[in-house]
Write a protein that binds this ligand. Structure first.
Ligand SMILES: [Zn+2]
Length: 143
């Protein structure tokens, strides 16, 4: 059975999850947090770098900031997309105001910006706010 490496977004522990269990609410072996719950978790830069490099399950990041109107407008759309993509990709958020180093680290010129990571590298990026169906579409094609 194939096991996928999935980084816990709460404690940073890398878990191995059998593919068949991706949709059964797998939990972190270290802290017990749900690894996959269809919700867009807010993470820090360290966790993002680790998960982007390590995870076999595709990871999508929304780089946003509280002062950014289009970012706030997209938030509920992004949450809907996260639910629809549960088990296929994990959608997370990174607050660029709390983590200003992210801008240089990922070469971000404007927000909102989505980046999709797969197999340890960035597979695609997309600038600008999108409605939920378009986010789902974009992620499906990217990863
Ligand atoms: Zn954990």
């Amino acid at each position: 059975m194939t096991a996928l490496k999935v980084t816990c977004l709460d404690c940073g522990q890398v878990n191995r999850v059998p593919e068949a269990k991706l949709s059964q609410g797998p939990k972190c072996g270290t802290c017990g947090a749900r690894l996959i719950d269809g919700k867009p978790h807010e993470i820090d830069l360290r966790t993002l770098e680790k998960a982007a490099k390590t995870d076999d399950l595709p990871l999508v990041v929304d780089f946003w900031a509280p002062w950014c109107g289009p970012c706030r407008m997209m938030a509920p759309q992004y949450a809907t997309a996260a639910g629809q993509l549960e088990g296929r990709a994990r959608l997370v958020k990174l607050n660029t105001e709390d983590h200003p180093q992210a801008g240089a680290r990922y070469g971000i010129r404007g927000i909102p910006m989505l980046a999709a990571f797969k197999g340890g590298r960035e597979a695609a990026r997309q600038a600008g706010a999108m409605p939920a169906p378009q986010i789902v579409d974009w992620v499906t094609r990217a990863v």
